[in-house]
Design a protein. Structure first.
Length: 164
């Protein structure tokens, strides 16, 4: 979900594990020299989703990475199936009040019209939570420090590596 800290936490985890961090939304922004919100506005959501799928599938060919997906990417069946088959997945869950506080003034969020962010966030979460639940691990990020979340991710990652 947007605003839960995927990019922030992903960077920390990647650094601690000496892996490369990739944020697919940032890569798309660089490729098109536009913010995601501008891509949505100028080219439409369908165009963005096609570009997102291409970017994620290209990233998944790489090894030793921590990948932060945009909040809607896991909704794409092609992306989701490949990730679930070949990657370790985390659902970073956070209460919607906190998500709303984090994103309500952020103009980079194209799915928010900034007039009714709380309702839009509730709707998106309701639509997405059953898909997000397919991730191998769910981490409840409420009332837990970034450091503890990072520790949990690294613990699961290290145990996953041992089992493989």
């Amino acid at each position: 979900m947007m605003g839960v800290g995927k990019s922030t936490l992903g960077k920390i985890v990647a650094k601690k594990l000496n892996l490369k961090f990739i944020d697919t939304d940032l890569n798309i922004e660089k490729k098109w020299s536009m913010k995601i919100s501008e891509i949505f506005e100028n080219k439409g959501e369908d165009f963005f989703r096609i570009e997102e799928e291409k970017e994620v599938l290209e990233c998944l060919k790489k090894n030793k990475i921590v990948l932060a997906l945009g909040g809607g990417a896991f909704m794409n069946k092609n992306i989701r199936n490949l990730i679930l088959k070949n990657s370790l997945t985390f659902w970073l869950d956070l209460n919607l009040k906190t998500v709303n506080e984090r994103v309500k003034w952020n103009k980079k969020r194209p799915l928010l019209n900034h007039q009714n962010t709380e309702e839009i966030i509730k709707k998106l979460y309701s639509e997405r939570k059953n898909i997000y639940k397919l991730a191998k691990y769910k981490i409840n990020c409420d009332k837990i420090s970034k450091g503890k979340i990072v520790e949990k991710i690294i613990f699961f990652y290290e145990n996953y590596k041992i089992k493989r």
